[in-house]
Design a protein around this ligand. Structure first.
Ligand SMILES: [Zn+2]
Length: 233
């Protein structure tokens, strides 16, 4: 049955599911479970959980949760949704460690270089880096999709992801943001950094540490990716 369904039809089916679920916001019932029988769409997404190892990224203002741990949780959840649709997923890290190998003063540079090498090796269609934001003003909150100003596909992907952030997540604006980041520039691939909320904001932090909200964020990114792919068909 599935074997005769075209790639474009599969994507449309997924979009319909996205719209239904996102509009009803019954996300707790959509917890991702990997299914082995769905055929590959021939699309590869690199899911990059930011930071790791000695680099925790941001720290939660109240709980002191590490950004690196939350990034990994959401990266796993996003990967499961993508795999369920028949999209190949490459995760840059699958545990709490960084990618730099043995620690030395230039660990950050080696960590970023390794992520770049993984993108080059797997030649993906999309790269999504998962991060949490922080800011000196604790009132700032919401999820933001960043893209590089010279990457047109990245901009389209960011618009698509931000659409679902705005529709489904707490206090997320509708505008996308230009970012000057290594992960957005290290390849020509459609790349987005998903800053899923502010760890410097107590309300965002309280949501981001829960499994339910992590699922919601991952599902919003997933819907954004599917919508982007459908527009590119
Ligand atoms: Zn970060």
């Amino acid at each position: 049955m599935f074997a005769v369904i075209k790639k474009s039809q599969m994507i449309m089916i997924a979009i319909v599911l996205c719209v239904v679920v996102c509009s009803s916001i019954v996300l707790s019932s959509t917890t991702a479970k990997e299914i082995d029988t769905i055929p590959s769409l021939g699309i590869t997404v690199v899911v990059d959980a930011g930071h790791g190892g000695v680099d925790p990224g941001g720290i939660g203002i109240n709980t002191k949760v590490k950004e690196s741990d939350l990034n990994l949780e959401i990266a796993f959840k996003l990967s499961a949704y993508l795999k369920n649709m028949g999209i190949n997923v490459v995760m840059t890290r699958t545990n709490a460690n960084g990618l730099y190998g043995l620690y030395s003063s230039d660990y950050k540079k080696r960590d970023m270089q390794k992520r770049k090498e993984m993108i080059e090796k797997h030649n993906p269609d999309i790269v999504v880096s998962v991060h949490m934001n922080r800011y000196i003003l604790s009132s700032l909150r919401g999820a933001q999709a960043f893209y590089d100003k010279n990457n047109e596909q990245g901009k389209k992907l960011a618009e698509s992801i931000q659409h679902y952030f705005h529709e489904t997540l707490a206090s997320s604006k509708s505008e996308i943001s230009i970012g000057d980041y290594f992960m957005l520039k290290c390849s020509g691939v459609a790349s987005v950094i998903a800053e899923c909320g502010f760890l410097s904001n107590p309300e965002d932090e309280a949501l981001l540490v829960t499994n339910e909200y992590q699922e919601k964020v991952a599902y919003a990114i997933f819907c954004g990716i599917v919508r982007y792919l459908s527009l590119e068909e």
